[in-house]
Each structure stands twice: as C-alpha cells, then as structure tokens.
Design a protein around this ligand. Structure first.
Ligand code: CTP
Length: 413
C-alpha cells in the first residue's frame, strides 16, 4: 500500500525525534519515498546527516537556502508528496499550524501544502493538557488535520507521567496507511445538511472518576475514542450533538457541544439536562461503584492500618434513560464492554437495561480495544445480531450513525 507513495516528514524539536529515524527506515523498507524537513530545534535532536542518509535524499532545513530554492523550493517540496507527516509535532509547531505562521521552512511547507497532514504530537503532559494546546488540537481537527497519539507514559523528564509521549513508529506507520486508505474520503467540514439534519443527539463518552479523597479516585481504562468518534460522525451527518464527556485527554470534537463531567452522578445530571433528544448513544464507561462517603481531606497513612473503602452503586444512566416514562429518546443505544461470552452478555444486557440496541465489544486486554483505535463490534437489536468486521473506531462511528439516521427516518414515517 505504501509502495510508490511519497511522504514528507517534518521533524520538530523533541526528544522523540529519534523515533522519526526509525519511521523513515520503515517507510523506505515499504517502498515509500521519503523527504524530510528538520526544524532548527529538530536538528538539535537528530542530525540532517542521519535523516538524509536514511531518507536517501538530503534533509531540508533552510527556507532561504538558494540551492534548495533553486533545486526544489518550499512550494514544490510540500506539494510533490502524497502526505505530510509531522513527527514529533511539538506544541510550538502545532500552534504555528493553527495560526498559519510561516517563519521557517517547516511551517512554510505546512502552510503551503495542498496535501493532507498527519501530526504525531509529542510534549510534556502539562503542555498537552494545557487548554491552549487542546484548543489548537480541536482547531486542527476541524481543519481536517489527522492525528496519531500521543500515548500515555513516562516522560523523559524524571518522575513525570501522563499523555504526551509520541506514538511509536509502528503506530505512526499504521496511521499513515489509514490516511492513504481513506484518501478518497471528502475531508471533514460538516455539510449543513445530511442524514441527521434537524435531529438532536446525545452521546456519553469516556470514563468517570469517582473520588476517594481530594487526591485519589477510582477510574477505568476507557479513552473515550469510540464515543467521541460517534459524536463527531453525528455532527458531520448534520445532527445537533451534545457530548457528555468524562475525563479524557482527547480534544473536543469539532461542531459538537461538549459538557465535561467527572463522576457518574454528574454525568447523569448533565444527561437529564440535555433531554429531550431524538437518539441517545451511551458509550461512556461509567464506573459502577463509587466510594461511600468520600473523605473531605486526604486520607493519611497514620500507621493504624489500611483504609476500609466501602462502595455503593452508581446510578445506571442508560437504564434510567431507557425506562423514562416521558421524554424517552426514540432510539436508545447502549454499549456492552465484555471480556467473555460477549454476545450472550450483551443480549441479556439489552433486555436488562431496556435500551433498543446494544453495541457489544470485546474489551479483553489482548484485543487492545480499550485505548486503541480499532474495534470489533456486534450490533444487538430486537431483530437479531450483526457481526461487524474489525475497523477503525471512526468507521464504526460512521456506520452506527448511518444506522441511527435510517432508524430515525423509519420511525418518523
Ligand atoms: N452504563 C450507564 N451507567 C452506569 C453503568 C453503565 O449508563 N452506571 C451504560 C454504559 O454507558 C453502556 C452500558 O451501560 O452503554 C453497559 O455498560 P457495561 O459497563 O458494559 O455494563 P454494566 O452495567 O457495567 O454491566 P456489567 O458490569 O455487569 O458488565
């Protein structure tokens, strides 16, 4: 798939730049032509010589170098490629992209390109979680820029942990392949009309955090990717979408109103405030239990033994909405996260919770579903069970949204 393609890699200034060398090597192995631009800071981490040797062509660094301009020029550099990949994409480079700044070769090429851009962010967790960076990511997503990562993990800075590690070369490679697969897709900006025009949709997404004391909480591994993708796909299909999101590190999807919550009870309250809607999709991994009587102060290790946490059940948001006597959405879609007997449990769950459909997925650790980008789902409806092939969460979202649009259109007749 990559053979015969060409990729322009922009290497920003981050410790993760060394991974881009490996990425170039892997692209070349697959028959992909690679050109590379190094920012000034990028060249502090990897040398133009090593990049050029791996790419098989000199690395470009200087906007005003006459030979480069005579040779190829920044416009041509950014256009005679099939895809532009920014790895590592530093907070600074991302901000420049948002504002259309062009003060060096890398940012000029990014502004001048007429090709799709994939960014692999890499930065300190605080920089990634800073609202400025999150705003920038939302803007870039709205502009149709593709994103891979970042991953969560230990940082180069000692003792720091969190989201901000650049994706591994294999993950970036997979994202490049996906970008080529979907190359024919019309880029994002939502058409004002669409199969869900005039409909109102509610989506829940992400985990919930249930506090133990002011500094500790109970959580789960949900990334929110699937729920956020559904909200975005519904907005692209023309719906007015409210996304009630638990704590996630994803940017807010463009064109969607996002209500940020932390606990299951806050999520239920936000959902109730959002009703009525035509359809509700409950993709959040809501914590089943919370600590009974969260401590007002940090629980201290005072030598008298370990704290005894007693748990109480959280409200079931999906079941609550499914059972509403008044104001129940016409279509209620739940998710089932199962690690065994997936279909059997999901079928029982549909009846127990009173929803119309269940999207069942196998979240056992070996599937990589939790936190990953791909998903294998089964759609359980009153009519039976459909097994969907493994696909990207974005694609699951688009298919589900198309089904919701069809079901609502049928219900109206
Ligand atoms: N759900 C919810 N509120 C809860 C728990 C779950 O709205 N308090 C919703 C989820 O958003 C999902 C569905 O219920 O749509 C099923 O979630 P899942 O975790 O698979 O089911 P549980 O109810 O937790 O059942 P079990 O733990 O027995 O599998």
């Amino acid at each position: 798939m990559l053979a015969g393609k060409s990729v322009l890699i922009v290497i920003g200034g981050g410790i993760a730049a060394y991974k881009s060398l490996e990425l170039i090597r892997r692209l070349k192995e697959r028959g992909c032509a690679v050109r590379a631009i190094l920012t000034k800071a990028g060249a502090e981490f990897v040398t133009p010589l090593s990049v050029g040797s791996l790419a098989g062509e000199k690395a470009y660094t200087d906007l005003f170098s006459l030979t480069d301009e005579a040779d190829i020029g920044h416009i041509q550099l950014s256009r005679s490629t099939d895809l532009v990949v920014v790895a590592p994409a530093t907070a600074d480079l991302l901000a420049k992209m948002v504002h259309g700044l062009a003060d060096d070769l890398a940012s000029t090429a990014l502004l001048a390109t007429d090709k799709r851009i994939l960014v692999a962010p890499a930065m300190n967790p605080r920089m990634w979680l800073n609202p400025a960076t999150q705003r920038n990511m939302a803007t870039l997503a709205a502009d149709g820029v593709l994103v891979v990562g970042p991953n969560e993990g230990a940082m180069a800075e000692r003792g720091e942990f969190g989201p901000g590690r650049m994706s591994e070369p294999a993950e970036i490679l997979a994202a490049i392949e996906r970008a080529f697969e979907s190359d024919t897709r019309v880029p994002l900006p939502a058409a004002p009309a669409g199969p869900l025009a005039g409909r109102r949709l509610l989506v829940t997404s992400g985990p919930t955090h249930e506090p133990i004391d002011p500094v500790r909480y109970i959580a789960n591994r949900s990334s929110g990717r699937q729920g956020h993708a559904i909200a975005q796909a519904a907005a692209e299909a023309g719906a007015e979408v409210v996304l009630v999101a638990g704590p996630v590190t994803l940017p807010d999807p463009p064109g969607v109103r996002v209500v940020h919550v932390e606990t299951a009870r806050e999520m239920l309250a936000a959902v109730e405030r959002t009703l009525p809607v035509d359809a509700g999709v409950f993709a959040a991994a809501v914590a089943d239990w919370r600590v009974d009587g969260e401590a007002g102060e940090k629980i201290k290790k005072d030598g008298t033994g370990v704290p005894n946490l007693s748990l109480v059940e959280n409200p079931d948001i999906l079941a609550t909405v499914s059972r509403l006597a008044q104001g129940r959405p016409r279509l209620v879609v739940g998710f089932a996260a199962e690690t065994e007997k997936v279909i059997e449990h999901a079928t029982a769950k549909r009846l127990r919770k009173g929803c119309d459909w269940i999207v069942a997925n196998d979240v056992s650790p070996q599937t990589g579903v939790m936190g990953g980008v791909r998903n294998t789902v089964h759609l359980v409806t009153g009519e039976g069970i459909e097994d969907w092939p493994t696909m990207d969460k974005d694609e699951v979202a688009r298919r589900l949204v198309a089904r919701i649009a069809a079901a609502l259109a049928e219900a109206r007749q």
